[in-house]
Ligand binder design. Structure first.
Ligand code: NAD
Length: 238
């Protein structure tokens, strides 16, 4: 790890174009469960079928609406951890820095990151599926009925839904131009987001992975794996 850390520091120190690509693991140390893995992970215990796709969401109303509302309130109470703060500091010293996050918890923005692409949306608002009206979750009603008669839902990209085309194109473009891509706390299994490290690799970038579990992550001569928790590794790296 120490040798890998030194190599990663060296490539980062000279890089002018950097992309950070983050997943649920970055917020694990803020107390927000990841998607897969632990018994208390978000999509265990039947939650996936009930809440993760638009069909399940409709079928399980109003429980699904209330589940997202509770999640939104819980993430609003969570605090950014040293991993979020390190990435905000990195942005201040790299001329061309883009943070592409799969997270919906807004913790990067709250830590001060500015050029952030929230590729899977966010949990700041509920959105009406019919009229498009947005309501901050703290002011959202108990039930899922919008004043227009439509259905309120979270402003996130659920499984089986399309990503915002412009956001995806901006993220892909940044990955193509990057000299270094940091992939942090993601199992890199959810497509098309998971393609970003591969796009960077194919375009000649150095890829640095930060994860306590490096199994199944991209590998090869252009990849440096840093095994450990993001909140501990990133402050040491940066
Ligand atoms: P995932 O659950 O599939 O993978 C989490 C990864 O984080 C794993 O590889 C795990 O080994 C790693 N990890 C666990 N603890 C870590 C730590 N302390 N430091 C660094 N890495 C750690 O999550 P994913 O890859 O982001 O899956 C994609 C989906 O998860 C996205 O669609 C995203 O919207 C969603 N999601 C977001 C949040 C959030 O906003 N905080 C939470 C859960 C899931």
């Amino acid at each position: 790890m120490d040798d890998a850390l030194l190599r990663a520091r060296a490539v980062l120190a000279s890089a002018r174009r950097v992309v950070a690509f983050s997943g649920a693991g970055v917020s694990a140390e803020s107390g927000i469960p990841t998607y897969r893995g632990d018994a208390d992970s978000l999509w265990s215990a039947g939650n996936f079928e009930r809440f993760a796709n638009p069909r399940g969401y409709r079928r399980h109303l109003p429980e699904s609406y209330r589940w997202y509302r509770e999640r939104a309130i819980a993430v609003a109470r969570a605090q950014p951890n040293p991993a979020h703060h390190s990435l905000a500091q990195l942005e201040a010293r790299v001329p061309d820095f883009t943070l592409v996050t799969q997270n919906v918890d807004s913790l990067h923005l709250r830590a001060g990151s500015k050029n952030v692409i929230e590729i899977h949306g966010h949990l700041r608002d509920a959105r009406c599926d019919d009229c498009g009206r947005r309501i901050p979750w703290a002011q959202a009603p108990d039930h899922h009925d919008c004043v227009c008669g439509g259905m309120l839902r979270p402003d996130v990209v659920m499984f089986e839904e399309m990503l915002d085309e412009r956001a995806l194109a901006r993220a892909q473009d940044a990955a193509r131009r990057a000299e270094v891509l940091l992939s942090i706390g993601t199992s890199a299994q959810v497509w098309p987001a998971a393609e970003l490290p591969l796009i960077a690799q194919e375009s000649g970038a150095q890829v640095v992975i930060v994860n306590p579990d490096l199994a199944g992550q991209p590998a090869g001569p252009s990849v440096i794996g840093l095994e450990g928790r993001a909140g501990e590794v990133l402050p040491r790296l940066l």
